[in-house]
Design a protein around this ligand. Structure first.
Ligand code: GUN
Length: 283
C-alpha cells in the first residue's frame, strides 16, 4: 500500500500562499497579470487554458486571453507577443502548445521576453536552469519537486530514473533532480533493457506519453512513482503513464492521475506569474 501523493492538497497549499503575494502586488498598484495565447481549437488546449484562467481568478491574477483562429499567421502571433512584451502591466505571457503546424513553435517561444516567460521555455531560462541560477522553473518538473518536498521524500543520493527526454519535462526534470543531488538516469525510446534501469530507481518519473506504460514488474518494492502522463486509455478513461493498479501495491508512494502532478503544474505556473510580477516591480 503506497502513500498517495495528493496533488489537490499540495497544490492548494501552494496557491493559498500565492494569494497573499498577489494581494500585496495589487495593493501596491501593480497587480500580477497573465496573458494566455491560444491558437486554433485543440480541445485539450482549451481545457488546459480554462483551468489556468480559473487558477488565476482564484489567486487574484488578472488574465487576458487571446484566442486566435487556427489560420492565424506566424507573423500575427509574433506581433501579439511583441505587443505583450512591451506592456508594463503584463507580468507573464503563456503561449499554449501545441501550435498549428504552419507556425514555428521555437520562433514564438524565442520571441517571448525571458522576464515574462512563465513556462521557462525560452533558451535563456533553459540555460539558467542548467547552471542552477534561475528565476523560473518549468512548471511540471518544478511541480514534481514541490510534491516530493511536501511529503519529505529525500532526493539526495537517491537513484532517480526519468523516462522521457522532452524539453518541457524529461530534460529539465533530470536537471532539477541533479540539483538536489540525485543520481539521475534519463531513459528514452532507444534505451536498452528499460525495465532493468527502472528497477534500480528509488524515484521514477514517467513522462513518456504512453497510457499505463510503467507496469508493476518495472519498479522495485518501495519505489516512489511519479506519473506525469495524461492519456485516454482504450475505454476513453483518463489515465497516466503508470499502470496505477499494478504499481500502487509495490510502491512506497505514488501520484494518481488525475489529482497528481497536473494540479502541481498549474500551481507552479501561478507561482511563476507572481515571481514575474514581483521582479518587474522590485517587490
Ligand atoms: N501544452 C502542454 N503543456 C504545456 C505547458 O506546460 N505550457 C504550454 N504553454 N503549453 C503546454
Amino acid at each position: 500500500m503506497a502513500i498517495i501523493l495528493d496533488g489537490k492538497v499540495v497544490s492548494q497549499k501552494v496557491k493559498d500562499a500565492l494569494k497573499t503575494r498577489a494581494a500585496k502586488l495589487a495593493e501596491n498598484g501593480n497587480p500580477a497579470a497573465l496573458a494566455v495565447i491560444i491558437v486554433g481549437d485543440n480541445p485539450a488546449s482549451r481545457v488546459y487554458v480554462n483551468g489556468k484562467k480559473r487558477d488565476c481568478e482564484e489567486i487574484g491574477i488578472i488574465t487576458e486571453e487571446y484566442a486566435l483562429p487556427a489560420d492565424a499567421t506566424e507573423a500575427e502571433v509574433l506581433e501579439l507577443v511583441n505587443k505583450l512584451n512591451n506592456r508594463a502591466d503584463m507580468s507573464g505571457i503563456l503561449v499554449q502548445l501545441p501550435l498549428p503546424a504552419h507556425i514555428n513553435e521555437e520562433k514564438i517561444i524565442n520571441a517571448i521576453s525571458p522576464d515574462k516567460d512563465v513556462d521557462a521555455f525560452h533558451p535563456t531560462n533553459v540555460g539558467k536552469i542548467m547552471i542552477g541560477n534561475y528565476d523560473f522553473l518549468p512548471c511540471t518538473p518544478a511541480g514534481v519537486m514541490a510534491m516530493l518536498d511536501a511529503y519529505d521524500i529525500p532526493v539526495d543520493g537517491k537513484e532517480c530514473v526519468v523516462i522521457g527526454r522532452s524539453n518541457i519535462v524529461g530534460k529539465p526534470q533530470a536537471m532539477l533532480l541533479l540539483h538536489k543531488n540525485g543520481t539521475v538516469t534519463i531513459c528514452h525510446s532507444r534505451t536498452k533493457n528499460l525495465a532493468e534501469v527502472t528497477r534500480r530507481a528509488d524515484i521514477v518519473v514517467v513522462a513518456i506519453g504512453k497510457a499505463e506504460f510503467l507496469t508493476g514488474d518495472m519498479i522495485k518494492p518501495g519505489a516512489v512513482v511519479i506519473d506525469v502522463g495524461m492519456n485516454k486509455n482504450v475505454d476513453g478513461k483518463l489515465v497516466g503513464d503508470v499502470n496505477f493498479a499494478e504499481c500502487e501495491p509495490i510502491a512506497a508512494a505514488i501520484t494518481p492521475v488525475p489529482g497528481g502532478v497536473g494540479l502541481m503544474t498549474r500551481a507552479i505556473l501561478m507561482e511563476n506569474t507572481i515571481i514575474a510580477a514581483e521582479k518587474a516591480n522590485n517587490a
